[in-house]
Write a protein that binds this ligand. Structure first.
Ligand code: NAI
Length: 444
C-alpha cells in the first residue's frame, strides 16, 4: 500500500487499492477471489475515474491519428543547439531510429550532449550493448554544421533570442535542401518574427517539445501565418514518427500549454508572496491531481525562464505579474539549477517543511484551478486548437493535468459551469479582475 500510494492516491485511483484488498482477503481461495474480483471490477468500471481514463485513452488515439495526411520520413535530421532541449531532442530522434547530426557553436556543449545521450541510450536499451552502440552511431557531433545540407528536417533549439535565431536562419537557408523544412523549438517568439528572415518563409514551422523531452509525450506543432500547409502536415507526421503525440496549435503567445499553465503558476507565486507557504500551495495542486505542485514546477523550469515567458504572456494577454518573481530572479535565486528558489535544494531535492500549515487550503486550490480552467476556456474561444477535446488532450499530455478528471473543459462540464462560475465570481470580488469569467464560459 505504501508503494502504491507513492504512485497513485486512493481518492483519485481506487483500482490498485481494491486489488490489494482482494489479495488480502481471498488469496487463499482462488475461486472466491475470482468471484469477488468480478464484482469489484464491475463497480470500478462505473466510477468517474474509469470513465475519464477511457476518455483519456481516446484522446490519446485522436492525437496519434494526427499527421496521417502526408507521409514524411526524413532520411536525415539535423539539430542546431546542443543545450538542454536540442541535446535531448537529438538523442530522442536517434533512439527513434533516425540518423542525426547535432550542431553547437560550443564544442564543450556537444561533449555534454553526448554524455547525456549515452546515459539515455543505456536507460532505454539496458544491457543490449549492440543497440546502445547502434544508437550512438546514429548520433553525430557536427560543430561545423555540415548536416544542414543533408537534412530533410532541421530542428533549431538555440538561445531564445529573435536576432540570434534570425541570423542563424539567414546563414543556413542557402545550404538547405530544396524541400527541407525548418522547425523551431521556440517557446515564446512569434513564428512570424522569425520566418520573415527566410526567402521561403512557408518552410518554417514550430516544433515545441517539453522538458524533459524523453518523458513528455506531447509536441505542439505551431502553424505560423505563413507556414505552408504541407509543412504543417509533414511536421505532424514527423511528430508521430518519433513516437510523440503531435498537436497542431495556432501561433499565438504561449501557444496552448504554456499559456494555460502560466496563470496557474503566477497565482501560485502570488499566494507565496501573500505569505501562504509554498508547501501548502503545492499540496493543494497535487491533491487536485497534478503530478507536481506549481511552485516546485517553477523552481524546476528555472525562475528566469518562468519570468521571461510570464513577461511575454502578461504583455500580450494582460496577465498581472507578481513582484516576488522579479525579486527572486534579480537575487539570482533561479530555482533547482542555482540551488535555491522558492525552496532550497539538497542533492537536487527540494527541502520542504512538513509542518507548513495554512487555514483555508480549499481556497488555495480554488485560486489555482480556477485560473487554469478560465484560461483553457479563453483558448477554446480563440480557436488555439481545433476542438475542445484537443484542449483537454493538450493540457493532459503537456502538463500532466489530473488524467482522472478528463481534462479542464470536461472537468468544467462535469462539475457544473454554474457552480464553478459562482466560485469564480466570489474570487473576483475578493481578488479582482484576473478572476473575471471568460466570455466563452457561458457557452460551455
Ligand atoms: P540552452 O541555453 O540550454 O541551449 C542553447 C544552445 O544553443 C547552447 O548550447 C548554445 O551554445 C547553442 N547556440 C546558441 N546560438 C547558437 C548558434 N548560432 N549556432 C549554434 N549553436 C548555438 O537552451 P535550451 O533551454 O535548450 O533552449 C533552447 C530553445 O528551446 C529555446 O528556444 C527555448 O525557448 C526552447 N525551449 C526550452 C525549454 C526548456 O525547458 N529549457 C522548453 C521548450 C522550449
Amino acid at each position: 500500500r505504501k508503494q502504491v500510494s507513492r504512485k497513485a492516491k486512493q481518492a483519485h485511483y481506487p483500482a490498485p487499492y481494491h486489488l490489494i484488498d482482494l489479495w488480502q482477503r481471498h488469496a487463499d481461495n482462488p475461486e472466491r477471489m475470482l468471484r469477488e474480483e468480478a464484482i469489484s471490477v464491475a463497480k470500478l468500471a462505473t466510477t468517474p475515474t474509469a470513465k475519464n481514463l477511457v476518455r483519456v485513452y481516446f484522446l490519446q488515439e485522436q492525437l496519434k491519428s494526427q499527421g496521417k495526411q502526408l507521409a514524411f520520413d526524413p532520411g536525415h535530421v539535423h539539430v542546431i543547439g546542443g543545450g538542454i532541449m536540442g541535446g535531448d531532442i537529438a538523442s530522442w530522434c536517434a533512439i527513434q531510429g533516425y540518423s542525426v547530426t547535432v550542431q553547437d557553436q560550443e564544442p564543450a556543449r556537444l561533449a555534454q550532449t553526448f554524455k547525456r545521450a549515452q546515459a539515455s541510450f543505456k536507460k532505454k536499451y539496458k544491457r543490449d550493448r549492440r543497440a546502445i552502440i547502434a544508437a550512438g552511431d546514429r548520433l553525430m557531433p557536427d560543430h561545423n554544421g555540415y548536416g544542414v545540407s543533408r537534412a530533410d528536417i532541421i530542428i533549431e533549439a538555440i538561445f531564445e533570442d529573435v536576432d540570434v535565431k534570425r541570423a542563424l536562419y539567414q546563414e543556413i537557408e542557402p545550404r538547405m535542401k530544396a524541400g527541407a523544412i525548418l522547425a523551431t523549438n521556440t517557446s515564446s517568439i512569434r513564428l512570424e518574427d522569425l520566418s520573415s528572415s527566410l526567402n521561403k518563409p512557408g518552410r518554417l514551422v514550430g516544433l515545441h517539445f517539453f522538458n524533459p523531452v524523453a518523458k513528455m509525450p506531447l509536441v505542439e506543432i505551431i502553424r505560423g501565418n505563413e507556414t505552408d500547409d504541407a509543412v504543417v502536415q509533414q511536421a505532424l507526421a514527423f511528430g508521430r514518427n518519433i513516437s510523440k503525440l503531435p498537436l497542431e496549435v495556432k501561433s499565438s503567445p504561449g501557444f496552448l500549454v504554456n499559456r494555460i499553465l502560466m496563470p496557474y503558476l503566477l497565482e501560485a507565486v502570488t499566494m507565496v508572496g501573500e505569505g501562504v507557504p509554498p508547501e501548502v500551495v503545492d499540496k493543494a495542486a497535487t491533491d487536485f491531481g497534478m503530478p507536481m505542485g506549481p511552485i516546485e514546477l517553477a523552481d524546476t523550469v528555472g525562475l528566469d525562464i518562468c519570468k521571461s515567458v510570464a513577461e511575454i504572456l502578461s504583455a500580450a494577454l494582460d496577465m498581472p505579474m507578481p513582484d516576488n518573481l522579479d525579486d527572486m530572479a534579480a537575487a539570482n535565486k533561479l530555482g533547482k539549477k542555482s540551488g535555491e528558489g522558492f525552496y532550497t535544494y539538497k542533492n537536487g531535492r527540494p527541502q520542504k517543511n512538513k509542518a507548513a500549515r495554512y487555514a483555508d487550503t480549499g481556497k488555495v486550490q480554488d485560486r489555482l484551478v480556477m485560473r487554469l480552467l478560465n484560461e483553457a476556456t479563453a483558448c477554446l474561444r480563440e480557436g488555439i486548437v481545433a476542438s475542445d477535446d484537443l484542449i483537454d488532450a493538450g493540457v493532459i499530455f503537456g502538463t500532466g493535468f489530473a488524467p482522472f478528471r478528463g481534462g479542464p473543459i470536461h472537468y468544467v462540464r462535469e462539475t457544473g459551469k454554474q457552480k464553478l462560475g459562482d466560485r469564480m465570481n466570489q474570487l473576483r470580488l475578493e481578488y479582482g479582475d484576473r478572476f473575471a469569467l471568460d466570455t466563452a464560459w457561458a457557452g460551455l
